[in-house]
Design a protein around this ligand. Sequence first.
Ligand code: ADP
Ligand code: MG
Length: 258
Amino acid sequence: MTILHAESVSHSFSQKQVLSEIELKVDKGRTYTIIGPNGSGKSTLLHMIARQLKPDQGGVYLNGKDLYRLSPKKAAREIALLAQDNGTADLTVSQLVAYGRTPHKPMFGRIDEEDEMLIDEVMRRTKLGHLKDRNVAQLSGGERQRVWFALALAQQPIILFLDEPTTYLDIFHQLDVLEIVSELRANREVTVVMVLHDLNHAAAYSDEVVVLQNGRIYRQGPPEVVMDQQMFKDVFHVGADIYKNEQSNVVRFVIKPL
Ligand code: ADP
Ligand code: MG
């Protein structure tokens, strides 16, 4: 079932066309990864479908309704975005994560016991418990990235958008974030649309990949179908040895110069 539909969206920044007639359908409960070279429009597309950037042309529909006509609060109950560059805040970690509950509260509504439990659970899952009373401004870039990820999870969205969620993280915490995404994928409750740079991660953690090239969709589909030698050559200008695990159907790549 389609939950999100970007219908022929285009966008330009100061005369330069960055996205051209993108047609993207996202099914409920599946995990999608947008891949493509630097500057191909991945973040622009993600922001557009996450209600952060209105398309010049075309429309974005959530459950058939124009996403840009939803109230900000209603939208924040349905979608959460972890952006590439998040700022800081003069708050403790647990205070910032608690903001994720705001869209679910009436105006001036206070965090209740149920919210507290959910926040604790999110902090446990994201392994932030030991940082909970620390000021966000004093954390490392990677720690801060995980706090913003926790905030997005605390929002309990139906669609979670993640722009390069692993970029600032050491390998242990990269896998940690991806394992959480994997749990969401297994439960089929939350739809995830993310941007990843690591193509092996994209193949291992997605139901579908969306390949962007110069602001257009080059191809979209299951990783083992879409990520072939031609795609690596055309889009990334590299070669790849491709290995497939016949049991899990997961493909792996060793990237090499052409
Ligand atoms: P990606 O995430 O794939 O690296 P982006 O979507 O961030 O690419 O950017 C696509 C293109 O749009 C780039 O050429 C970038 O310079 C340009 N761009 C992105 N955001 C802006 C902006 N706010 N103003 C002007 N140009 C922008
Ligand atoms: Mg980007």
